[in-house]
Write a protein that binds this ligand. Structure first.
Ligand SMILES: Nc1nc2c(ncn2[C@@H]2O[C@H](COP(=O)(O)OP(=O)(O)O)[C@@H](O)[C@H]2O)c(=O)[nH]1
Ligand SMILES: [Mg+2]
Length: 311
């Protein structure tokens, strides 16, 4: 099944809650997820393969177009689509209710949601997930939004949840399990994903960059794993990675005074990778300026972002 929705509605948080493991990286910044990531959940007798996708958005760069394409392809090939949207920000809700003491205005769906829903096609059943309901104290305020969305298309189920609090996530899996065809996959019970740990090593470095820096630096950064050596018979895993940025100023920010920033990023990322692989990790980071890598199909390919044909 594929998780689709606008950027930042909480798709990756939902994947992690379903897995019970913080596999996918999550941040308050839109476009955190750049590749589709598969997570495997054993739910009762069912095995559910959840595909987390980059948020569909209006792309401004070649990277953005590649990300949209990854999400669309995931949606096309899925047996079940989980369409994720979010409860409105409380500030917006208050604004709506305050109008001359009227009843609170029925909340309209986000225009981006309407476009996405129209785009989804009608082959696969769609489960509507309204995430972040923890932000709304009076849940009845959400009903007009759910009603309006239900008029846009038919949903196999509608599930309000809080992915962050792991509230309602099991219900999403129940609904998906009912809709899933039987016996298609075949992962080992302890397998979390089909991606190699090498991929997540790069993701966890990027996660620390997202945490440590602001504005254009996270969007302009890409992590390339240059060396990944797993000594047989134990011992530390050796990883060399290059962080590509687009401008010298971004490189300076990432490294920081006395290289303190880069050291912190390396230490935090190493701890996350060690948790995933269950062994010691030796992580070395370099920062390189690769101008306009987000606009170059060739660079994107080298960085692993361009698997299919770009359109
Ligand atoms: N209040 C609240 N915030 C959430 C919830 N789920 C996710 N978030 C936050 O929303 C932001 C985007 O989440 P993420 O999973 O990266 O969204 P994605 O872009 O759809 O994958 C992060 O700051 C999350 O912590 C939720 O249930 N409640
Ligand atoms: Mg995400």
């Amino acid at each position: 099944m594929a998780l689709v929705g606008r950027p930042n509605v909480g798709k990756s948080t939902l994947l992690n809650a379903a897995l019970g493991h913080p596999l996918a990286i999550v941040s308050p910044m839109p476009q955190t997820t750049r590749d589709a990531i598969l997570g495997v959940v054993h739910h009762g007798p069912a095995e559910i393969a959840l595909l987390d996708t980059p948020g569909l958005h209006r792309p401004r760069t070649e990277l953005g177009r590649v990300m949209n394409q990854a999400a669309r392809e995931a949606a096309r090939s899925a047996d079940v689509i989980v369409f994720v949207t979010e409860a409105p920000d409380p500030a917006r809700l208050r604004g709506g209710a305050a109008k001359d003491g009227e009843h609170s205005r029925p909340l309209a769906p986000h225009p981006g949601d309407l476009t996405l829903l129209a785009d989804l096609g009608s082959e696969a059943p769609v489960v509507l997930v309204l995430n972040k309901v923890d932000r709304t104290r009076d849940k009845s305020q959400l009903l007009p939004l759910l009603e309006a969305l239900s008029k846009v298309r038919e949903f196999a189920a509608v599930v309000p949840i809080s992915a962050r609090r792991d509230d309602g996530v099991q219900r999403v899996l129940d609904e998906v399990a009912k809709l899933c065809p039987e016996g298609e996959w075949g992962f080992a019970p302890d397998e979390l994903t089909d991606r190699p740990t090498r991929f997540f090593a790069g993701e966890y470095v990027r996660e620390q960059i997202l945490r440590a820096t602001k504005e254009e630096v996270p969007h302009a950064s890409a992590v390339q794993i240059e060396r990944y050596v797993e000594p047989t018979g134990g011992g530390a895993l050796h990883i060399d990675a290059t962080i590509h940025v687009e401008r010298p100023g971004q490189k300076k920010i990432l490294i920081g005074a006395g290289a303190e920033q880069l050291k912190r990023i390396g230490t935090e990322a190493r701890l996350r990778i060690e948790e995933l692989v269950g062994r010691q990790v030796n992580l070395k980071l370099w920062v390189r300026v690769t101008p306009a890598w987000r606009e170059s199909l060739e660079r994107l390919e080298e960085l692993g972002y361009n698997k299919g044909e770009a359109s």
